[in-house]
Design a protein around this ligand. Structure first.
Ligand SMILES: Nc1ncnc2c1ncn2[C@@H]1O[C@H](COP(=O)(O)OP(=O)(O)O)[C@@H](O)[C@H]1O
Ligand SMILES: [Mg+2]
Length: 372
């Protein structure tokens, strides 16, 4: 250690110390007992984006919003009163409007005259916090994708194992029904029901197979208006049979989307089929489905809307969850499969929230050629 006995040498050392503090890469500050800024090193000036001379003598309320300044004062007071060293996470918005998440360590210093000061050091942890949030979101996406894959595998193996015995059951029933004169009326009726229910389950399994159809996901530029009209054509018979009216509300030609046409067709058919199911089940008078589409910014927005019973507020979060169904014979995987198909297309599938008159799903898909 060097002994300082020459005053001019001591002065030089003060300058030396100030320079050293300025060169410390972490932001450092000192405030007095009235919360006024007394010292800021270069790194502090840099992070606050301020002019040092203008800040000296000001308080946090002169520099920050009330919410941020309130919190700084609360912790400052605690340090000044107790002398306790405090480390906490706080936020502040610099003069350019960027919000920083910082970890601040504050301690108390009492000088030779008995005046109290707060000495603080700061670390900007915005990037780390952002990276952690991104990693968490990514993990959630992975978990979701993983769940979808296992649902896909599970359902395809269930439908595969059920398919064969089911065909056998319906075959036996129709075999017996080929000679109805040997059967009493009651047995005939029961066999007919067995056959009918067997066909139903087969229908459900076929529908599942289509939904879970594997294979390469392709991307083709598709003109939405004629594509949607073509899809509705597949459902004409069902709509007629259930006496449900469908209204188409879109321009004759819309900007192209880049999609796997078979997969997106599954999504739209599933949404319309859900509407048909809801309208039929609730015996809605004048059942109506409206399929509309329009371009907004760089997306195509497709709405599937019906005047059915809607989805109760308490279940609006549940409908996209695998195996959630309100139907006696539902599987509850339609919407979760739709969701994974749409997410694979960088699109979104949402429910219009708090709708009181029926139900509306919003499908958003990116345009093939986004507008500049
Ligand atoms: N248009 C709609 N109106 C009312 N409820 C709906 C509608 N669409 C979906 N739902 C609800 O969402 C649930 C889940 O749908 P989905 O995943 O396709 O499975 P499933 O059709 O096998 O029940 C349905 O059982 C129903 O309760
Ligand atoms: Mg469904």
């Amino acid at each position: 250690m060097t002994k300082i006995d020459n005053p001019s040498c001591f002065k030089a050392d003060c300058k030396f110390l100030a320079d050293v503090i300025d060169r410390i890469p972490d932001p450092i500050f000192v405030k007095d007992a009235d919360h006024r800024w007394v010292l800021l090193n270069d790194a502090m000036v840099e992070i606050m984006k301020v002019d040092r001379d203008e800040v000296i003598g000001l308080s946090d309320y002169d520099l920050y919003g009330k919410e941020e300044a309130d919190e700084f004062w609360r912790v400052d007071d605690l340090v000044l009163e107790t002398g306790q060293q405090i480390e906490n996470e706080e936020f502040f918005t610099d003069t350019m409007g960027t919000r920083h998440i910082i970890s601040t360590k504050k301690s108390r210093y009492i000088d030779c005259k008995g005046d109290r000061f707060i000495i603080g050091t700061i670390r900007d942890i915005s990037r780390r916090v952002e990276a952690e949030a991104k990693a968490r979101a990514h993990l959630q996406q992975l978990a979701h994708a993983g769940r979808m894959v296992s649902i896909g595998e599970l359902t395809s193996s269930i439908s595969h194992s059920i398919g064969q015995p089911l065909s056998a059951i319906t075959l036996y029933a129709s075999g017996l029904l080929e000679n109805p004169q040997q059967l009493d009326k009651n047995t005939q009726e029961v066999l007919a029901r067995i056959q009918e229910q067997g066909e139903r389950v087969k229908g459900i399994i076929d529908h599942l197979r289509i939904l879970l159809r594997k294979g390469e996901s392709v991307r083709e530029p598709i003109e939405p208006a004629s594509y949607l009209t073509h899809i509705v054509g597949f459902l004409r018979d069902t709509l007629r049979e259930k006496a449900v009216t469908i209204e188409l509300d879109y321009a004759k030609s819309l900007e192209e989307i880049n999609i796997d046409p078979i997969q997106i067709e599954q999504v739209i058919i599933n949404l319309i089929q859900n509407s048909i199911d809801a309208l039929t089940e609730a015996q809605t008078p004048s059942p109506l489905i409206r399929l509309s589409a329009r371009v907004s910014d760089s997306s195509l927005i497709i709405l599937v809307n019906d005047n059915g019973p809607g989805i109760p507020a308490e279940h609006q979060q549940d409908v996209f969850e695998p195996f959630y169904t309100s139907k006696k014979n539902g599987m509850g995987i339609g919407l979760s499969i739709c969701m994974s198909i749409v997410e694979n297309h960088q699109g979104q599938l949402k429910l219009t929230p708090n709708k009181t008159d029926g139900c509306e799903f919003i499908l958003t898909l990116p345009l093939a050629h986004p507008r500049a």
